[in-house]
Write a protein that binds this ligand. Structure first.
Ligand SMILES: Nc1c(C(=O)O)ncn1[C@@H]1O[C@H](COP(=O)(O)O)[C@@H](O)[C@H]1O
Length: 164
């Protein structure tokens, strides 16, 4: 991530990795403030055994794209929400990559999906992990079914009351 101020957003990606038992490292690397560190980090990542990079940044969010240009690894970009432009600036900065250097961009602030996407990339060659992804999806499905049952039982007005 570009700054420690991104951590409240990026912690959701870290949590997903932990949930799926994926080893991760958390680093503050900025294309603007620590350009040489960024080049070194991105160029050496694959040699250190890293498989996927999740890069989160806000505002003029050049970090994910620059990292992607320096590594052969897949890069997932997280547009961090910003005060003045609500993260639309981050989103556009990360999303509009030129053909040839892709960044898999998730929704503004959605580091959780970045974590899940990283897990799914790793799961393509790890059958046990793939099984856990399927189990996770099953849990998601069951939670929606449970909500529907509750909605049917209570009616929407009482359901809404309980939500507030
Ligand atoms: N977008 C970038 C980059 C970069 O792209 O390299 N480095 C820092 N930043 C962003 O600046 C915002 C404000 O940072 P501070 O809170 O440290 O001032 C953060 O969201 C960070 O990701």
């Amino acid at each position: 991530m570009g700054s420690d101020s991104d951590l409240p957003t990026m912690k959701d990606a870290i949590a997903v990795c932990e949930e799926f038992g994926i080893e991760s490292e958390v680093a503050i690397v900025s294309a603007h403030r620590t350009p040489e560190r960024m080049v070194q980090y991105a160029q050496l990542a694959h040699q250190r055994g890293i498989k996927v990079i999740i890069a989160g940044a806000g505002g003029a969010a050049h970090l994910p794209g620059m990292v992607a240009s320096l590594t052969p690894l897949p890069v997932i970009g997280v547009p961090v929400p910003t005060r003045n432009l609500q993260g639309v600036d981050s989103l556009y900065s990360i999303l509009q990559m030129p053909a040839g250097i892709p960044v898999a961009t998730v929704a503004i602030g959605n580091a959780k999906n970045a974590g899940l996407l990283a897990v799914q990339i790793l799961a393509t060659h790890q059958p046990e992990l793939l099984e856990r992804v399927q189990q996770y999806r099953k849990t998601l499905c069951e939670s929606v079914i449970a909500k529907q049952a509750k909605l049917d039982k209570l009616g929407y007005e009482q359901y809404l009351q309980q939500m507030l």
